[in-house]
Write a protein that binds this ligand. Structure first.
Ligand SMILES: *[C@@H]1O[C@H](CO)[C@@H](O)[C@H](O)[C@H]1NC(C)=O
Length: 319
């Protein structure tokens, strides 16, 4: 029942471009039979043993309830008009039996999130859609909260915590051709110089290509500016056993402006999306949207860019 429901809802939901989504099921999981589950997908199910949960994990295991409650659509102008980083239901609470993650500095943890039809590249929904990236943000010190989505940048990146959405997933193809995403995992390592205390973090799925570029010499281990964060889940890690005091030395680095200056000043764009109405630089409307074949630009509507995932050349930032 659960599986059919899941697939039915996934297919229906994913026909609308804004509805693709994911969230963390578990921040710190161990899977004793991981190798067997990986080599016999669907025949051997992974035995996920969770010891640390995302914030306020009040619901458990019902895919539909969870997706309504936990999945936070960052860029929807109607449901997130104030640009919050976390779903307002995700306050810093941990219900009985669903504790916060506890770890030592330097520990490597494995997170589990949902695939929702995007885990397989060839058979995903839709087929051959690049599923993008998953990554983690943190302010580099205890008791520091990320509140705004504008803080989800390279400057607040948990160093190294960025992976292909489907890179470490278990999935199979059902006889009728639909994908069955069994589990998605991401490993991340806590910096060695974290001080004891509660460290707030944000998991993001960067599921759309955005406006910015990665600079020359960019490596896969660097923060990736090309992908835009689309959905988040918030969590905390209680660090214990550290000898370090004070903020940590490093975030992932800023990643520069990702080519924003060029895109606002010298790259042509199509006014209102019409190729017959090309313009360049300051004479163009401020809201830029990267498309496969170029850049569209639109005027503000009600004082802001009309669609999500824009680069606002007046504010000089991704909105
Ligand atoms: C993720 O992996 C798939 C399959 O290898 C690949 O096609 C895709 O480009 C990767 N995406 C990113 C953002 O690295």
């Amino acid at each position: 029942m659960q599986l059919l429901q899941l697939l039915g809802l996934g297919l229906a939901a994913l026909t609308a471009p804004a509805a693709a989504h994911t969230w963390i099921e578990c921040v710190s999981t161990t899977v004793p039979n991981l190798d067997a589950a990986r080599s016999s997908p669907g025949t051997v199910l992974p035995n996920n043993v969770c010891s640390g949960y995302p914030r306020n994990k009040a619901l458990d295991g019902n895919w539909i309830d969870e997706s309504t409650f936990y999945s936070w659509n960052l860029n929807h102008p109607d449901t997130n008009p104030n640009g919050l980083a976390c779903n307002p239901t995700q306050t810093n609470q941990y219900p009985p039996g669903k504790p916060m993650t506890t770890a030592k500095p330097g520990a490597t943890l494995m997170m589990r999130f949902w695939g929702n039809g995007h885990s397989s590249y060839p058979y995903g929904l839709p087929p051959n859609k690049d599923p993008g990236l998953v990554r983690i943000y943190w302010k580099g010190a205890k008791e520091q909260e990320i509140t705004s989505k504008s803080e989800l940048t390279g400057a607040n990146w948990l160093p190294g915590a960025q992976a292909n959405f489907s890179g470490n997933s278990i999935w199979r193809r059902l006889p009728d051709g639909r994908p069955d995403d069994i589990a998605n995992y991401m490993q991340f390592t806590l910096p060695a110089d974290m001080e004891n205390g509660r460290h707030m973090m944000v998991f993001a799925w960067a599921g759309e290509r955005g406006f910015l570029n990665n600079g020359p010499g960019w490596k896969e281990t660097d923060y990736n500016n090309e992908w835009v964060n689309t959905y988040t889940t918030c969590f905390d890690v209680m660090v214990e056993g550290s000898g370090h005091q004070g903020p940590s030395a490093g975030s992932g680095g800023s990643g520069g402006d990702g080519g924003a200056a060029d895109m606002c000043s010298s790259t042509p764009c199509r006014r209102g999306g019409m190729s017959s109405a090309a313009c360049t630089g300051g004479s163009c409307p401020p809201c830029r949207y990267r498309k496969a074949d170029g850049v569209d630009c639109y005027e503000y509507k009600d004082g802001k860019c009309p669609f999500g995932n824009a680069f606002d050349c007046l504010l000089n930032k991704q909105v």
